[in-house]
Design a protein around this ligand. Sequence first.
Ligand code: GFB
Length: 365
Amino acid sequence: DIWEVDPKGYIAYCPCMGRFGNQADHFLGALSFAHALNRTLILPPWVEYRKGEAKSVQVPFKTYFKVDALQEYTKVIPMEDFMAYLADDLWSPQKRVSFCYTERTKLDGTSTGSCNAKEGNPFFSFWDTFHIDFIKSEFYGPSLNYDVIHNRMDVLWNEKYDPEKWPVIAFTGAPATFPVQAENVHLHKYLQWSDKIDKKANDFIKNSLPKGAFIGVHLRNGIDWIRACEHIKDVKQLFASPQCLGYRNEKGVLTMDICLPSQEIIVRKLKRLIKKVKEAHKTNQIKSIFVASDNNHMIDYLNEQLRRMKITAHKLPENNPHVDLAILGRANYFVGNCVSSFSAFVKRERDARGFPSEFFAYPIE
Ligand code: GFB
């Protein structure tokens, strides 16, 4: 690829918080931020955590998503390309400054008046993937923040950091909120699966599911999730819950059933949906359920419960979160977990395509 230099400058950041769903929420905010400042967004690799490994693994952005589709919205460049073709001239090692709102202490609590951008995992492994070290830190708070939607911060950023003097603004974390701001949800339409993920999802639907309509289901039920759901007694919202409850709880209150639905709630929801579709459509009846899960897919239980309706439950033979997501995005119907940002990814993709989505235990029945 041949990349021209953007005279308006670049934004880089480490997707250093959470796993895929969290990083995707942050990505949409970062995309909107770069767009508002009229800088090119350097597409960071996705940060992944492998069992038993002390350091994160960085997966190039385009392994999962098409870069061209993002260019329709705003200027972007994969981080691998930026570092290979542009960084030597534009962002030489003596120019590498890390940006953070305020000082970050070291892991042991010592204050060094720095962003400590490479302190801890995945901070160190992320920047080290590209052999990036920072010579100093720049604190942008409290006069600046990244809310370009409510505060017209873009104007202030461009006044303070002239792209000629500051060609790259490299953030210690994402210049974005979690969960994604309501105004940025629609940007999901520019996130399009790579051909490789597309093909895997389509092949599975064609070769491994019975012919006919299917419901995609996301069951978030691993031990980390069970622990996280304990917090609902102290908070009004958790993780992605604004996607069903509304950002100001205008559409409901958080319950344990929404966070961690029981087997009974799950089956009841699915049976109701199957019946609803049966009454509404004489053709294209639901023939199967596709289950994605981080832990327990409940395949045997679902098969037993749905046998009389002649509906079977299926899952991928291997653990592949991105193919799970792509299949859920294409299902005829979807039932997800309102609190999970993994489900939120699916909901946004389906909204962009005009496909319906529902959540377990919401609204309360
Ligand atoms: O995506 P994520 O941020 O969503 O993190 P939540 C959950 C991770 O668990 C995913 C795996 O990135 C996957 O690696 N996972 C979850 C799944 N559901 C599935 C699935 O259906 N199929 C497969 N193959 N993998 C939050 C975290 O998770 O959980 C928070 O992001 C926090 O930071 C909290 O740790 C407890 O929003 O569901």
